[in-house]
Design a protein around this ligand. Structure first.
Ligand code: BES
Ligand code: ZN
Length: 461
């Protein structure tokens, strides 16, 4: 087995790998849109066909009550370790469409970047592993370890079907280590191993007043305005120091340990450049913590959207019948989204004024994640990234969530490596999403090395 020939194959085929990624990005696999159901399915079939082409020994589209899961394997030697490669082929919606410089599903390469929905989150990163495995199988007709792929179509909508699938098919997905590329690097040129993610709890609040809108002249002064009631409740959820005021909210929060704070403080981070990049006049976060601590290690509460009443041009004098808001919370170890849901409902109920009806709907939830970096897989990843990027890697946490991760770690009881090749500025979930093609290239080379390095960790199967 010779990594040299594999790297050579990859280097010689990079342009093909870029063209092939374009084909994947062209499929509008928006999981949250009922209209796109057939496209999501088409994307799953597309991936299964690519798995067969690259020479996997098994490739299947597995139907679920929601969107399909794509499973593939190349199992060769039971004495060797098995790596489980997880990713997602679903993408976020594309609105506002008029903000895109080129259409979201017509991938466009300019200035060393590929623009298009899903290029970084997560199609490009899924393809990093497809192309690394393909390079091994083409150049050496073998891989240094056993490989299982599990690529789902519901990550952006909470991964519920995959989680129940795993609980019923533990044997199928049994592995020694999981690898996920669905996170950003700390910055360009700095390969990163992410050992922590925040969890989440997402809610909708509906406030109802009168049975329909009322004339604000005839009725104003006699009823409670639902928008006002909602605003008062939202206002009472967070104080001016960024502390969340829900009773019991911080009970299970594990504070960042002093040595971890020290380690995080050594990471390069330019607060002013960060502020400018996002374009706010001033940053805001919980008092007493740095920006990195606040986005990686502290929980938050955000109103993601709010609507109700009259918002068209001109005036309309009404008291609206209802008001609504979506509220998300990012959670940290050891907070549990179910328990937070109970606390949130109790809090809203205690604040709800008697003049309106208030209801809370629980939407997505996901547990936070924190890895034990002492496992040898982390050392293997460090070595591989250094070889692939020609630069030392850093250990980071991230603020986003991968809802399936907790189920994966708990059900399979294996370490999970989050080695992502995205960049924070690549506009994931936003207009003009892009992927840095140098990172795509180096991601593929690093993964070729990673399989080799992971093959040296002892198999527990
Ligand atoms: N790739 C992200 C997860 C991510 C983002 C990790 C940023 C680290 C930093 C993933 O596709 C995602 O967007 N997850 C959602 C989950 C939610 C819809 C349940 C998230 O974090 O909002
Ligand atoms: Zn995403």
């Amino acid at each position: 087995m010779n990594t040299g020939t594999v790297l050579e194959y990859a280097n010689n085929n990079l342009n093909h790998f870029i063209d092939e990624l374009k084909e994947f990005v062209r499929i509008p696999s928006i999981s949250s849109s009922a209209h796109h159901r057939h496209e999501v399915k088409r994307c799953a079939v597309f991936l299964r066909d690519r798995m067969n082409e690259m020479g996997l020994t098994r490739a299947e589209v597995i139907e679920t009550p929601g969107h399909p899961i794509v499973y593939g394997e190349w199992l060769n030697d039971p004495r060797k370790p098995t790596v489980l490669l997880y990713g997602h082929y679903d993408v976020q919606p594309v609105d506002p469409l008029d903000m895109w410089e080129t259409p979201p599903f017509e991938p466009d390469v300019r200035d060393g970047r590929m623009y298009g929905r899903g290029t970084v989150d997560d199609k490009g990163q899924v393809y990093v592993h497809f192309k690394a495995v393909q390079s091994w199988l083409n150049a050496e007709k073998t891989l240094p370890l056993n490989v299982k792929f599990i690529i789902e179509g519901e990550e952006e909508i909470g991964s519920e079907n995959l989680s129940s699938f795993l609980k019923n098919h533990r044997e199928l997905l049994k592995a020694d280590v999981a690898v996920i590329s669905d996170t950003p690097m700390h910055k360009k040129g700095m390969p990163s191993i992410c050992y922590g993610l925040r969890g989440m709890a997402y809610f909708q609040i509906d406030v109802r007043g009168s049975k329909q809108d009322l004339h604000s002249g005839s009725f104003g002064g006699a009823t409670k305005n639902p928008i006002q009631a909602l605003s008062e409740m939202l206002n009472d959820m967070k104080d001016e120091k960024g502390r969340i005021l829900i009773r019991g909210f911080y009970d299970d929060v594990v504070d960042v340990a002093p040595d971890e704070r020290e380690a995080l403080a050594t990471l390069p981070f330019d607060e002013e450049a960060y502020r400018k990049e996002i374009g706010v006049p001033r940053l805001f976060g919980e008092t007493g913590y740095t920006v990195l601590e606040n986005i990686w290690c502290r929980p938050t509460l955000d109103v993601c959207g709010i609507w109700g009443g009259f918002t068209e041009e001109g005036v309309k004098t009404i008291i609206p019948a209802s008001a609504h808001a979506k509220v998300s919370m990012r959670l940290v170890p050891d907070q549990d989204p179910e328990k937070i849901g109970d606390l949130f409902e109790a809090h809203v109920a205690s604040m709800a004024p008697p003049e309106v009806e208030v209801s809370v709907t629980r939407m997505h939830g996901g547990m936070p994640f924190l890895a034990d970096t002492a496992h040898p897989a982390f050392e293997a990843a460090r070595k591989a990234l250094e070889k692939g990027f020609g630069a030392p890697s850093v250990f980071i946490r991230e603020g986003g969530s991968i809802p399936f991760l907790d189920t994966l770690v708990k059900e399979l009881r294996i370490p999970c490596l989050l080695v992502g090749f995205g960049l924070p500025e690549e506009n994931a979930h936003a207009p003009n999403e892009w992927l840095d093609l140098e990172n795509y290239d180096k991601g593929i080379l690093s993964s070729i090395h990673l399989y080799e390095e992971l093959s040296k960790i002892t198999s527990r199967q």
